[in-house]
Design a protein around this ligand. Structure first.
Ligand SMILES: [Ca+2]
Length: 290
């Protein structure tokens, strides 16, 4: 009995922990460029997916453009050029450094979030770069910390291009835009795949803000306290259900045991009666013979 109680307590604590965790408590540019932060004003967006044609020119800016970027930004862009084309991007970026570390920075990778870093920009005085992918995809991450100093800015222009060696380069590359998210993952607008449990938890996990993990969450958005209450309630329900089932099984076992005991007693009584009858019969035969 003590063992079953201990088991129930451990089961309850484990389920409560799992449910609570799954609710996820849980985050002046150089003149040589020829570009400026006022070149044009595309629609600001924090993270997106762009599929460009051979002749198209696309733009990326930080969400507050042309003002300085706000703090706590986490924006991911994925650019896809046509097949057998590469991405060429010209970037103007002013970042922020603290004790020689990049705190507001732009990271450029060669295809997806796991691909090689092509460049990481964070110079406060401004950086101007021309970067080319080795496949048809290019991945960018803009991140700002909690303490914006008031000068982080991003402006970029990108286009597709091709060259003679491209086919060889493409053969050895991953194809991130063709990867489908798994059944337990949510596909963000920028093609990032995140766990379903990160939906509507008030944390930007996709790296985008439109049609992403925190979009369309009205009515199902859970605060940390609500997550705790929901987790606790579900834990209590599971615990009560297990207790009820255990009691039911235990009650059935006791009833069966009492029935067995009753049958055994009746059998003993019948045996006693048989013995008495045999003894009386033997005595009666003895008296007859005498
Ligand atoms: Ca989220």
């Amino acid at each position: 009995m003590m063992k079953s109680k201990g088991f129930l307590i451990i089961l309850f604590l484990t389920m409560f922990l799992v449910i609570s965790l799954s609710a996820n408590p849980r985050q002046g540019i150089g003149d040589k460029s020829g570009l400026s932060f006022k070149s044009m004003v595309p629609l600001p967006a924090c993270g997106d997916y762009y599929k460009i044609s051979q002749s198209e020119v696309g733009h990326i800016v930080h969400p507050e453009y042309p003002d300085v970027a706000s703090n706590r930004l986490f924006c991911i862009w994925l650019i896809e050029a046509p097949q057998n084309y590469r991405v060429n991007i010209t970037i103007l970026f002013q970042g922020d450094m603290y004790k020689k570390s990049c705190v507001d920075y732009l990271q450029v990778r060669d295809g997806n979030k796991n691909a090689a870093i092509l460049s990481e920009l964070c110079d406060e005085r401004g950086d101007y770069r021309i970067i080319q992918s080795t496949s048809q995809w290019l991945w960018l991450l803009l991140k700002t910390d909690n303490y914006t100093e008031g000068h982080t800015k991003l402006y970029a222009e990108f286009r597709a291009f091709t060259d003679a060696n491209l086919t060889v380069l493409l053969d050895s590359k991953k194809k991130p835009a063709e990867r489908e998210c798994r059944s337990y993952e949510f596909e963000c607008r920028n093609k990032e795949c995140i766990s379903m449990s990160y939906r509507c938890d008030r944390v930007n996990d996709c790296g985008c803000t439109v049609d992403c993990d925190e979009s369309g969450c009205e009515g199902i958005n859970l605060s940390k306290m609500n997550q705790f209450i929901v987790g606790f309630s579900i834990g209590c329900f599971v615990f009560m259900s297990v207790c009820f089932m255990t009691c039911l099984i235990e009650g059935q076992s006791n009833w069966i045991a009492s029935r067995v005991e009753e049958l055994r007693m009746r059998e003993n009584q019948a045996e006693e009666r048989r013995k008495k009858a045999f003894k009386a019969f033997t005595k009666f035969i003895g008296e007859k013979e005498v």
